[in-house]
Design a binder for this molecule. Structure first.
Ligand SMILES: Nc1ncnc2c1ncn2[C@@H]1O[C@H](COP(=O)(O)OP(=O)(O)OP(=O)(O)O)[C@@H](O)[C@H]1O
Ligand SMILES: [Mg+2]
Length: 480
């Protein structure tokens, strides 16, 4: 399509054309109305003048007879101006006046008529138009009084040419304005189109240009840009997550493969194979657990599990989960205390909240256990093992609590372990993030991600705070 064709097809140009037509019609109507009223006024004035003259002259005729009338008409005929006079005998022969020729039959027509005429003192070919009135006087004489119409016609001409010009100017200006506006709009739309094409080619960093005028196109561009910003962030997050998943699942899968390979290579007896298979099973279970955790996080984040919401008391969950983990804590030499007396009503997915709390308790047991909390205190040599261990303060243990605070129900797990440095607290809730200090413990780095996702699903939050020493992880859920 040519540039001009493109211009004509734009909405802005079509709108300009509509406005232009409406405006031109309006201008034409206005000028027409003006011409019509002016012409009517002039005609009215002419008629009044003619009638007044006829009245005056008839009166003179009544008083002084035909001689007086002829004298007056003769005198008036000599005056310069556009008035016409003619007095004739009953048979139509001219006695006085300034009219040379008239349209035949005019003298027999009573009332006002328009007629072409020629003055007495003019050449043969000169012709004008006049409006005339003829009256019959007593005695059969006829009196004609008229007025030249040149004035009115000149006015008509002036109005006609003015209107032609003004409408031409309106059309030219309108078209020029339309072109200008449309070109501007088209230029901006083209720029937007260019950006969208680069975005469609896969470059999500493109943003629509903003002219800074704050008009509707600017507002549209701003909104679209905000949308692009959001999409880019989401895509980035998605890419990061899938990259992480691919990377972090590769290690256990490789380990699984290596174990199977090693078994094939070195195992000799049936019991060797059995051990190898058991190892492979254990590794596979770990992978399945990781996949389940990932799926659970995805479900919590998509809001899907929000459908299974029910009202329950969080203190029950705290008791149940703590009871489940007590033997494990005992094994690690940690005291697990529960502080949950008053009711803490919550509306949510009971299974997910239990899982989130379990993850927090699991972390506390894993990372705050004495041998983990202070590895540097562990005996350095074999001989040291034989000596009595140095007297150490008993570990502070783990406190699991549920309480209401304002609009929140707070489920907290506090331990006395190494804690998480303030700079790492934001990072550890991301998928697969594990701190260097805890590499010696098993785990996939998904426990806190799930807890945070569950909190978000319930419009709450996961808070990680310093328990000095240790970590205080709190699941804050809105109170029902
Ligand atoms: N109570 C805690 N004390 C000290 N560090 C902690 C504690 N809880 C979590 N962390 C740190 O945060 C990291 C992330 O915890 P998260 O529960 O998400 O993963 P994980 O425990 O390593 O693995 P998973 O829970 O999936 O088995 C842990 O690897 C650990 O470094
Ligand atoms: Mg964990």
């Amino acid at each position: 399509m040519t540039a001009l064709g493109k211009l004509f097809r734009t909405t802005a140009f079509k709108l300009s054309l509509v406005y232009l037509t409406v405006f031109a019609l309006f201008a034409a109507f206005l000028i027409g109305y003006f011409a019509w009223t002016t012409s009517r006024l002039i005609t009215q004035e002419i008629t009044e003048t003619i009638d007044a003259e006829i009245n005056g002259l008839s009166e003179q005729y009544g008083q002084g007879g035909i001689r007086r009338l002829l004298l007056i008409v003769d005198a008036r005929s000599r005056r310069p101006g556009s008035n016409l006079y003619l007095v004739t005998t009953p048979s139509g022969e001219g006695l006085a006046g300034n009219v040379g020729t008239l349209q035949p039959g005019i003298l027999d027509q009573p009332g006002l008529t328009e007629t072409p005429y020629r003055r007495l003192d003019e050449a043969e070919d000169a012709e004008h138009r006049a409006v005339v009135r003829v009256v019959r006087l007593a005695g059969g004489f006829r009196l004609l009084v008229g007025r030249d119409l040149e004035e009115r016609e000149r006015l008509h001409d002036i109005i006609l040419s003015t209107s032609r010009w003004s409408i031409a100017v309106v059309v030219v200006l309108g078209l020029a304005g339309g072109f200008f506006v449309t070109r501007r709009v088209l230029k901006r739309i083209d720029a937007m189109g260019g950006t969208t094409r680069t975005i469609m080619q896969g470059d999500l960093t493109g943003r629509l240009p903003i002219a800074g005028t704050g008009d509707e196109l600017d507002r549209l561009a701003e909104n679209l840009n905000a949308m692009l910003e959001r999409i880019e962030a989401l895509m980035h997050g998605l890419k990061e997550v899938s990259d992480n998943i691919a990377h972090d699942l590769k290690t256990p899968l490789t380990r699984l493969r290596n174990r199977a390979e090693e078994a094939l290579r070195v195992a000799k007896s049936e019991s060797d194979y059995r051990t190898a298979l058991e190892n492979v099973l254990e590794e596979s279970d770990g992978l399945i657990r990781t996949f389940n955790a990932l799926l659970m996080i995805a479900r919590a984040e998509s809001g899907e599990s929000g459908e299974a919401m029910s009202a329950f008391d969080a203190t029950e969950i705290v008791h149940d989960v703590a009871e489940l983990y007590e033997p494990l804590a005992d094994d690690k030499g940690l005291a697990l205390t529960v502080e949950a007396d008053a009711a803490a009503p919550v509306k949510g997915n009971r299974e997910l909240v239990s899982q989130a709390l379990a993850n927090l308790i699991d972390n506390a047991i894993k990372y705050a256990a004495p041998e983990h909390a202070a590895p540097e205190l562990a005996p350095a040599s074999a001989s040291a093992v034989a000596e009595a261990p140095p007297a150490r303060e008993p570990p502070p243990g783990i406190v699991v609590s549920a309480r209401s605070e304002g609009e929140w129900v707070l489920l907290a797990v506090a331990d006395g372990g190494p804690g998480i440095g303030a700079s790492d607290r934001a990072r550890v809730v991301e998928r697969f993030v594990r701190l260097e200090q805890s590499r010696s413990q098993p785990g996939a780095g998904l426990g806190l991600s799930l807890a945070a996702a569950v909190a978000r699903l319930h419009r709450g939050e996961l808070r990680l705070e310093d328990n000095s020493p240790g970590l205080r992880a709190t699941l804050a859920l809105p109170r029902a």
